[in-house]
Design a protein around this ligand. Structure first.
Ligand SMILES: Cc1ncc(COP(=O)(O)O)c(C=O)c1O
Length: 362
């Protein structure tokens, strides 16, 4: 059972509440609230004055916190959101004529409203994949044309761990991608919006899926794992990255009251909260997947390796279910839906939802 999201209620907070705190859906881990330990940390950093724009004691200490996870060369730059982290990180490792190879399903390609292209001036070279995962062979479909002045020069391979389809790369698969990219003079960016979920799923430390396999720069997720807001660009190989601080400001991602982002990351990463939250979300997805697997009419379409379950069911059943619970249709063409769990999803939430799926398909 996860910790309650609701801290001590006062009459003032009760009066101001505009929603039912017991209602949880399956649309996104972003629908969840803030973990109480994170909220407490924000309160702790409140009051008094601190230097703005990241020169505060919380952001200073945050470097040690990230280094404990990702090694002594790691440098963390808090930003407001995941799109911002991706756009800043990718700009910091590319020249204007260079390109980024990614999966066709990558968040940077399909869910960022063209921000990498429009705000970052980045050319994306996409590849279709089976389950959201690139391989050296798939990368090679776009890794060519160096020296040809007519082609955007492939410079970065961007992968997500876990992927947008809820799948997880093993450490060996990541190492192979990094080796391949580096052998071709390219760098590796990891969209680690859900890196904690992948590490929890594989039972390894987060550095085993990033620093240790040769990732150069990463977007590290916080919001989906219990923060109120905040992601971080984490430089893992400072030798190949330039000007993150300038690009962050230029990209409108420099927070003035940065202490409130940094202290949230400290709450998440200094102890084991990152792992508790991610393991719980993953366990709830596994529970859901098991609970619906044998329902006639439900076809599970991807292995539930992190905190997402993908399935195809008859459209009428989806429509009826969506009147009762929030979740997204992922692919309008095939009718595939995505059910996501988060740190505050309860076993009862899963059991109630699975029973509803069974009812609607009866
Ligand atoms: C793989 C991936 N990267 C990044 C993000 C973060 O995006 P943002 O915080 O800008 O909504 C998401 C959010 O859904 C995501 O799924």
């Amino acid at each position: 059972m996860p910790d309650a999201v609701t801290p001590a209620e006062t009459s003032a907070t009760a009066a101001a509440r505009r929603h039912d705190p017991d209602v949880r859906g399956f649309a996104s881990d972003n629908y969840a609230g803030v973990h109480p330990e994170v909220l407490a940390a924000i309160a702790l950093a409140n009051n008094g004055h601190q230097v703005s724009y990241g020169e505060d004691v919380y952001t200073e200490h945050l470097q040690e916190v990230f280094q404990a996870h990702f090694g002594p060369r790691a440098q963390a730059f808090p930003v407001f959101n995941g799109t911002g982290a991706n756009v800043v990180a990718l700009q910091a490792v590319t020249e204007r004529w260079e390109a980024v190879i990614c999966a066709e399903t990558a968040h940077i390609h399909v869910d960022e409203c063209g921000a990498p292209e429009k705000m970052g001036g980045l050319k994306l070279l996409t590849v279709p994949t089976e389950a959201g995962k690139l391989t050296p062979e798939l990368i090679d479909r776009q890794a060519w044309g160096w020296g040809d002045q007519h082609r955007s020069q492939p410079r970065v391979v961007s992968i997500a761990e876990s992927t947008e389809l809820g799948t997880v790369y093993t450490a060996d698969e990541l190492a192979e991608i990094c080796r391949h990219a580096h052998d071709h003079g390219m760098l590796v960016h990891l969209d680690g919006s859900r890196l904690a979920n992948a590490a929890a799923s594989l039972g390894v430390p987060m550095r085993a899926l990033s620093t240790d396999v040769g990732v150069d720069i990463m977007s590290f997720g916080g919001t989906k794992n219990g923060l109120m807001f905040g992601e971080a660009v984490v430089v893992l190989n400072p030798d190949v990255v330039r000007g993150v601080e300038y690009v962050r400001k230029m990209s409108m991602q420099l927070g003035s009251k940065m202490r409130f982002m940094s202290v949230q990351f400290e709450a998440l990463l200094a102890g084991d909260l990152w792992l508790r939250n991610a393991s719980h979300a993953n366990a709830m997805a596994a529970r859901l997947s098991a609970a619906v697997a044998d329902i006639p009419g439900v076809e599970l379409t991807r292995p539930a390796q992190s905190n997402a379950v993908f399935a195809i069911l008859p459209r009428e059943a989806t429509e009826r279910l969506q009147k009762r619970f929030r979740f997204y249709t992922w692919n309008e063409g095939t009718g595939e839906v995505r059910w996501m769990t988060s740190f505050d999803t309860t076993e009862a939430d899963i059991d109630t939802f699975a029973a509803a799926v069974r009812e609607e398909l009866a």
